[in-house]
Design a binder for this molecule. Structure first.
Ligand SMILES: Cc1cn([C@H]2C[C@H](O)[C@@H](COP(=O)(O)OP(=O)(O)O[C@H]3O[C@H](C)C(=O)[C@H](O)[C@H]3O)O2)c(=O)[nH]c1=O
Length: 187
């Protein structure tokens, strides 16, 4: 099992150990002791699953203040481009994003700590996205940034994206500065 750092501090790509045999394969998708040793020292309290068709873009979403969520993201079926935007006040990579393909085939996971906006686009015909959260859903603290924000300039790698009405009404990245989100803890 490998925990790979990215150019954004605390954002990790996890490559699980896979055990293939004539029946198929097995891998541990989460192990408290191993993931804590890998640097993920949060407790998970809620698991989410969503299924989306090709070209869907869900996000960019985050929860503010005490309801900020860390997310351990994986793809059970299909392929997505997973995107995390650093919106931690005080972070040297504030406003920068990291993207990676997560798929049933590569079995990679993305650990997104609290203080990030998260979204993904669906690259396969269908995708089932599964993620563990370090905090409960709290509708009143949920915020969205428009997926095609010109300052973030994210390449979602999909044409004519399918986006929810809610997400189409999201604010721009410039507008989020007016609201406290999450203070990155100095190491
Ligand atoms: C997130 C969430 C939603 N809901 C309900 C609220 C709506 O009635 C329905 C669909 O919610 P929404 O359209 O916000 O679902 P997504 O667009 O997949 O949102 C998620 O997608 C991005 C990529 C994320 O990272 C967030 O976890 C989350 O915001 O599920 C719940 O009951 N519990 C929940 O935790």
């Amino acid at each position: 099992m490998e925990f790979k750092k990215t150019f954004i501090e605390d954002l990790l790509v996890i490559k699980p150990d896979i055990f293939p045999d004539e029946r198929g394969y097995f891998f541990e998708s989460f192990n408290k002791k191993k993931y804590e040793a890998g640097g993920i020292e949060f407790q998970f309290v809620q698991d989410n699953v969503s299924k989306s068709k090709k070209g869907t873009v869900r996000g960019l979403h985050y929860q503010v203040g005490e309801y900020a969520q860390g997310k351990l993201c994986s793809v059970i079926f299909g392929k997505v481009l997973d995107v995390a935007v650093d919106i931690r006040f005080g972070s040297p990579t504030f406003g920068k994003y990291f993207s990676i393909e997560l798929s049933e085939e590569n079995k990679f996971q993305l650990w997104i700590p609290p203080g990030f906006a998260h979204g993904f686009s669906v690259l396969s015909d269908e995708a089932i996205f599964s993620y563990k959260c370090t905090n409960f859903y709290n509708k009143d603290s949920e915020r969205s940034i428009i997926f095609n924000d010109e300052d973030l300039n994210i390449d979602w790698k999909v044409e004519n994206p399918i986006v929810s009405e809610k997400d189409l009404r999201a604010i721009s990245f410039k507008q989020i500065n007016k609201e406290f989100i999450y203070q990155r803890r100095a190491k």
